[in-house]
Design a protein. Structure first.
Length: 284
């Protein structure tokens, strides 16, 4: 049997596109052998592994305008624009319970990707081997300038997207035969260069972490290389890529529930339109 890896890009609330596509996969009982997620992709991936259809969308659609979940006030109270204490606390245990038992028992490997602030390199944490997979998930989704560093096995870490935006190479390195990759940007998208103002802010805030600053400034070029490689892998027949069909206008901290719902619906629509093709790739 060939092993299938599901690879999920981050992008904060742009993950609503991924959530729609992944929900279709779960409804069709398409089960990956491994899941690799960066940032919001990691947060989407845990709900796939636990088998909770619709949970990623519900968390964001129902709580995006809850000041306890997202808002500038959280930067003052929690040093993070997204309140992860609330997400992993009351939301995950009371309001929209996460199935921790199903997640732990699932045979699929799950890998969250964070960035080591000291080295500027990715840190890969797999659920069966990590002493604290939830610290790794939290670090993976902790955006630079908008969240504090999180200790992952003693290393100060931030958003995995700083060092690797789409962790397909890790899946290839681990010997997966087929990759189903969900991106949160349309085909052909490229990040603009980091502005001089943001570059100065990175250097001022993270001056003690020069390799982190280097990684942050190098993100646009690295992201372009990743996308070029994905195109080549897709052409080779080893990867099936699901992308937004048009530019995504949802921001990192989008508050417009209608726009978020539309993005989720678009993710579902793309996956449903390509469902037979996806099944043939996945199961063939």
């Amino acid at each position: 049997m060939q092993r299938v890896a599901l690879v999920l890009e981050g992008g904060s609330l742009r993950c609503l596109f991924s959530a729609g596509a992944v929900d279709v996969m779960m409804e069709q009982e398409l089960t990956a052998d491994g899941v690799f997620g960066v940032s919001a992709g990691a947060l989407t991936g845990v709900n796939y592994v636990s088998g909770q259809i619709g949970r990623t969308a519900r968390v964001n659609l129902e709580y995006v305008n809850d000041k306890k979940y997202l808002g500038v006030r959280n930067l003052i109270l929690h040093r993070s624009i997204f309140n992860f204490d609330y997400l992993f606390g009351d939301i995950s245990h009371v309001y929209l319970p996460f199935d921790y038992d199903a997640f732990a028992a699932a045979p699929a490997q799950f890998t969250a990707v964070a960035t080591d602030c000291t080295t500027g390199q990715p840190v890969y944490s797999e659920k069966s081997a990590s002493p604290d997979i939830w610290a790794a998930v939290r670090a993976s989704a902790s955006m630079p300038l908008l969240a504090p560093m999180v200790s992952v096995e003693g290393a100060p870490c931030l958003d995995g997207g700083v060092s690797v935006s789409i962790p397909f190479q890790r899946a290839l390195d681990e010997g997966y035969d087929k990759l189903v990759i969900v991106t949160t940007r349309e085909h052909g998208f490229r990040k603009p260069p980091v502005s001089a103002t943001i570059a100065r802010l990175y250097r001022r805030v993270y001056g003690k972490y020069p390799q982190l600053v280097k990684a942050l400034l190098g993100t646009p070029a690295r992201y372009a290389r990743e996308l070029d490689t994905i195109d080549r892998i897709e052409l080779s027949g080893r990867a099936f890529v699901i992308r937004p069909p048009r530019p995504v206008t949802v921001s990192h901290t989008e508050k417009d529930v209608a726009k978020l719902q539309a993005l989720y619906d678009e993710g579902r629509e793309v996956a449903e339109k390509r469902l037979e093709e996806l099944k043939a790739f996945w199961l063939g």
